[in-house]
Design a protein around this ligand. Structure first.
Ligand code: NAP
Ligand code: ZN
Ligand code: ZN
Length: 350
């Protein structure tokens, strides 16, 4: 077994302390990654605080982290995709059954047996607990690790492994491109990636935000318009004008005002996971043949496609790099929407 050092919370107060645990030895198909950076996704916070206790209760101690990049330091005897020294990434899951229709169609996140989540889950044996990227190493089957070709800022690559793919996948599925008006709701970790990606795909992008102070940043990220949602009067003139809206908000909020902004045949995708359900009247969808959809991260092939797209378009996340002793403060600031636009933990010397 491989001794691993990480940072864990032992209860829903989300106080992080050093924590040692074991990872499996490197098997024939495994690679060992020395973790360089781990992004802080709001899903880490939801789970550290057990906010999804009804659907995905937290199994403490919890070592979060599913936006991971690092260097390959060991490869198993049958590994072909990686060699020692390569840069590799890990996203939200580390294994799946490999046989069901979801797995064989490259949508492993929907594995019928249930994918092995990177943390707060188990390996496919349903026994061995998984611990995430707030740690110094990870052992993963090469088929579930991503190739990272970026030579520059690795810290800015880490958030692509969740925030990047979670926004890329629905933008692609709904064929966002030139001539389309796209709204991104919430300018946080996911939202700012959504802006960069939708702009790179050629869309006209509007950011909907509760934070007036983010206007300059939104425009610098490439957005064409910025709307402060606290005043409904700002929304009314935009009724019926959008092709596609991506809602990334992590907190309870009413999605109906955004459905009103969709034009004929428009689609809205929710990726944020607020605690409370939303109520939508059928007529809000019926008038205008509108679509309301969800989206869960993305499969391995599409995650690789997204990383290659980002490398080609020079897209990385805007990050604030922190040391592990800042995790709790970073959580507090993220909850207050005071993140510009992703906290990333430097695990190099942690
Ligand atoms: P984040 O960085 O905290 O960003 C969320 C943004 O939502 C905030 O920056 C803020 O933007 C806005 N917001 C916060 N509180 C709000 C409120 N009370 N009313 C309206 N807007 C509010 O979070 P994230 O990491 O991007 O994650 C966003 C959500 O997506 C989380 O719920 C997370 O669990 C979920 N998620 C889902 C998937 C998936 O596969 N579906 C994957 C990853 C994450 P403004 O300041 O601009 O208003
Ligand atoms: Zn995430
Ligand atoms: Zn499967």
């Amino acid at each position: 077994m491989i001794q691993t050092k990480g940072y864990a919370t032992h209860d829903e107060n989300a106080k992080f302390v050093p924590f040692e645990f074991e990872r499996r030895d490197v098997g024939p198909n495994d690679i060992l990654i020395d973790i360089a950076y781990a992004g802080i996704c709001h899903s880490d916070i939801h789970q550290a605080k057990n906010e999804w206790k009804d659907s995905m209760p937290t199994n403490y101690p919890l070592v979060p982290g599913h936006e991971i990049v690092g260097r390959v330091s060991q490869v198993g005897s049958d590994v072909t995709k990686f060699k020692v020294g390569d840069t590799a990434g890990i996203g939200c899951f580390v294994d799946s059954c490999r046989e069901c229709p979801s797995c064989t169609s490259g949508q492993e996140q929907f594995c019928h047996k249930q994918a092995a989540y990177t943390y707060n889950g188990t390996e496919m044996d349903r026994v061995t607990k998984t611990y995430g990227g707030y740690s110094d190493k990870y052992v993963i089957d090469e088929n579930y690790a991503l190739k990272v070709n970026a030579t520059g800022d690795l810290a800015g690559v880490a958030p692509l492994l969740c925030a990047g793919i979670t926004t890329y996948s629905p933008l692609r599925r709904f064929k966002v491109g030139p001539g389309q008006k796209v709204g991104i709701v919430g300018l946080g970790g996911l939202g700012h990636m959504g802006v960069k990606l939708a702009v790179a795909m050629g869309a006209e992008v509007t950011v909907f935000s509760t934070s007036p102070s983010k206007e300059g940043d939104a425009l610098a990220l490439g957005a064409h318009h910025f709307v402060v949602t606290r005043d409904p009067a700002n929304m009314t003139p935009l009724t019926g004008t959008f092709n596609f809206i991506l809602d990334t908000v992590s907190a309870d909020h009413d999605i109906n005002p955004y459905l009103n902004l969709l034009g004929l045949g428009g689609a809205m995708v929710v990726v944020g996971v607020p605690a409370s359900p939303n109520v939508v009247h059928s007529l809000s969808l019926i008038f205008g043949n509108k679509t309301l959809s969800g989206s869960l991260i993305g499969g391995i092939p599409e995650t690789q496609e997204m990383l290659d797209f980002c490398a080609e378009h020079n897209i990385t996340s805007d990050v604030e790099v922190i040391k592990p002793d800042y995790i709790e403060t970073a959580y507090d600031r993220t909850v207050k929407a005071d993140v510009r636009y992703r906290f990333v933990i430097d695990m190099n010397n942690a």
